[in-house]
Design a protein around this ligand. Structure first.
Ligand SMILES: Nc1ncnc2c1ncn2[C@@H]1O[C@H](COP(=O)(O)OP(=O)(O)OP(=O)(O)O)[C@@H](O)[C@H]1O
Length: 640
């Protein structure tokens, strides 16, 4: 994997093999680095990128999420929920019936009061009890159906998203901060869920409720209705003005919270770098600065709400008092009955409630649609190709090379990383690639794994052109041990079975002992269930590396790709691993990228790569004789 600033153009004189020159500090930084995240530094600042071995780079903070959905998002959303339309129709029927029951209650109340005044039988009381109960039950059923549908819809969305996120081309992971992908899966899907579970239906039922209340109030007493309307308009205008400010402030609060979370995530995931750089206080301040801004805009929100509350209360109370006073007079003059007045007052509250409900629902829908749009943009991204030809190696001519790289050119950006690289790896041989840092060695392994495609030229492995190969099937025959040998969070057994799900406990013990890790299992009560922590943090670098080797032993691959396989082990372990490698590579094709030449001096061939070009190919002895760059390496490592 890449190290910082090692692709400086013009760093080496062109031409044949020459000694490595020091790294230029002015080297350009590129936005994509294999398997690691880098984001452009803010203007005027230098960005930092470090390999998997060391501390990860502290990425720039993601932009705060848009809260306004683009045009067409609602249409797309409706198309996506279409498979759930039967459930939604049932919910709509339940909701409509519950609303009818709801708006019927004041009318029944009116009849009940008037009938009580007249004396005699009063069946309206029972009607009222029945309708109130009925509404409660219908609302319960509606809520259950809605939650169920929401969960079903979002569950499906999450499943597609997970499948998609894990199949994106490798470059995509480097271009976008991981937190971004994760927030699509977490907060965005949650936000989308609220469109289904509350937003849409609250809006619809608020509109229905409002419309019904208006019609019934008008039919009960048009004069009182006009007075009420005046109060509602005054209150509504105030709330609308304040609502716009609330929305803007809420966006700011959300943005600050998102920045705070991203900054905390960035600092926590680079905690070793932060602590060792004595930057804890700075980072804490940095995260706290977003928290302070979120707090300030939260307080601003409280200030606005402090205005909204009295406006709402005054307009509702005012309308209520006016209705009570004018209504009382009209009752006294016989223009309306007491029951009608009571019913009218109940409708007054039914009229106001939906206004606030609709405003909240509208905001929820907007936020949900913006989230849905972000999810859709991930789902629209092409994934790494699957399928293709899975030509079995059996179809290859016997004796054909396992790997043929022909005139490959590749670039992440500028400058190109590989320039006309060609080499072959005979089947069953052990080949090493050596060269200065940044020469393009790990990039070659990425090409051989099919993580990236060459811009020009061809890469044929195990008899297939990787551009057209079924990568999943191909990778089952290839073991790749990354630089730094990262481990998966989880147990030791899970880490081993990732490549061989059917391996028995005996198999696991066998490979662990082959790489000298049996002591680790024996020492721990948890045995194979030993938890390795985040990224295998509970293991030393050397143990992680040996674990990666144990995984390879389980996998039984035909092609072995190693990137710096002994970078973090001591001399004794290196000797032990070399023996294991000898056993492992017997009958298999092995390609090793190494800085430590002691690992590769016995290789059948060594490819010397410099500045993206093959400088020479030969055995250790041949290269010591004729390649200046290789001889310098060997001399520095006291191998000549
Ligand atoms: N994902 C990436 N995005 C952009 N540039 C990259 C990326 N990965 C590697 N590079 C650049 O490509 C060049 C070759 O990197 P590569 O990791 O292949 O070198 P290497 O020879 O393996 O180096 P090392 O020995 O330090 O691991 C480097 O200049 C590096 O900065």
């Amino acid at each position: 994997m890449a190290r910082p600033g090692t692709n400086c153009p013009g760093r080496h004189p062109p031409g044949p093999c020459v000694a490595p020159t020091p790294i230029s500090p002015a080297c350009a930084r590129l936005p994509f680095r294999g398997g690691e995240l880098t984001t452009p530094a803010p203007d005027g600042e230098d960005s930092t990128t470090v390999d998997d071995h060391g501390a990860p780079p502290l990425g720039a903070l993601p932009q705060h999420p848009r809260t306004i959905p683009p045009k067409g998002a609602f249409r797309d959303f409706l198309a996506a929920v279409a498979p759930h339309r039967l459930a939604l129709v049932i919910v709509a029927v339940l909701s409509l019936t519950a609303t009818v029951f709801g708006v019927a209650q004041p009318l029944m109340m009116q009849h009940m009061i008037d009938a009580t005044g007249r004396g005699g039988d009063n069946p309206w009381l029972w009607w009222l009890v029945g309708v109130t109960l009925g509404e409660a039950l219908l609302r319960g059923a509606q809520s259950y159906m809605l939650q169920r549908t929401g969960e079903g819809f979002v569950g499906g969305l999450r499943r597609s998203l997970i499948g998609h996120l894990l199949r994106l081309p490798m470059r995509d992971y480097a271009e976008t901060p991981k937190g971004e992908w994760i927030s699509r899966l977490g907060s965005d899907t949650g936000q989308v869920r609220t469109i289904v579970t509350s937003g849409l239906f609250e809006l619809v039922s608020a509109v229905l409720m409002f419309g019904a209340a208006v019609v019934l109030m008008l039919s009960l007493d048009p004069l009182l209705f006009l007075l009420t309307l005046a109060g509602v308009i005054i209150g509504g205008a105030g709330v609308t003005v304040m609502g716009a400010r609330m929305r803007r402030t809420s966006e700011v609060t959300q943005a600050e919270i998102a920045r705070m979370t991203a900054a905390a995530d960035r600092a926590l995931s680079s905690i070793v770098l932060v602590r060792s750089s004595a930057a804890t206080q700075d980072q804490a301040e940095h995260v706290a600065s977003f928290a302070r801004r979120a707090e300030a805009s939260g307080i601003e929100m409280a200030r606005i709400q402090a205005w909204v509350q009295p406006i709402m209360t005054l307009s509702i109370q005012g309308a209520f008092l006016v209705v009570l006073a004018v209504g009382g007079l009209r009752v006294a003059h016989g223009a309306m009955t007491v029951g009608e007045l009571m019913a009218f007052i109940m409708y007054l509250f039914l009229l106001v409630m939906p206004i606030t409900q609709a405003m909240g629902a509208y905001t929820q829908i907007q936020l949900g649609l913006a989230s849905y749009d972000r999810i859709r943009r991930v789902l629209d991204r092409p994934v790494e190709r699957s399928g293709g030809s899975s030509e079995a190696a059996g179809r290859r001519q016997s004796g054909a090379p396992a790997v043929v790289v022909e005139d490959v050119h590749f670039r992440y950006g500028e400058p190109p990383v590989l320039r006309g690289v060609s080499f072959t790896v005979p089947t069953g041989s052990r080949t090493a690639i050596v060269g200065p840092s940044g020469a393009g060695k790990s990039t070659i392994l990425s090409l051989l794994e099919g993580f990236v495609d060459p811009d020009e030229g061809t890469v044929r492995c195990l008899g297939q052109d990787l551009k057209h190969a079924d990568l999943e099937a191909y990778r089952r025959q290839v073991a790749y041990v990354e630089q730094g040998a990262p481990a998966l969070g989880g147990s030791l057994a899970e880490n081993l079975r990732i490549a061989a799900p059917d391996a028995t406990d005996e198999d696991l013990h066998r490979v662990l002992s082959a790489v000298g890790l049996e002591g680790l299992v024996a020492r721990q009560a948890a045995g194979l269930q030993l938890e390795l922590g985040d990224n295998g943090a509970a293991l030393s670098g050397g143990e992680r590396q040996r674990l990666a080797w144990a995984r390879v032993l389980l996998q039984d691959p035909r092609l072995l790709l190693f990137d710096e396989p002994t970078a973090s082990v001591d001399a004794t372990t290196e000797t032990m691993l070399s023996e294991a490698l000898d056993k492992m590579s017997r009958g298999r094709t092995t390609l090793i990228v190494a800085h430590r030449l002691s690992t590769v001096v016995t290789a059948d061939q060594i490819i010397v790569l410099d500045a993206g070009q093959v400088q020479d190919v030969g055995t250790h002895d041949e290269l010591v004789d004729r390649c200046t760059l290789y001889r310098d390496f060997a001399t520095h490592q006291m191998l000549v």
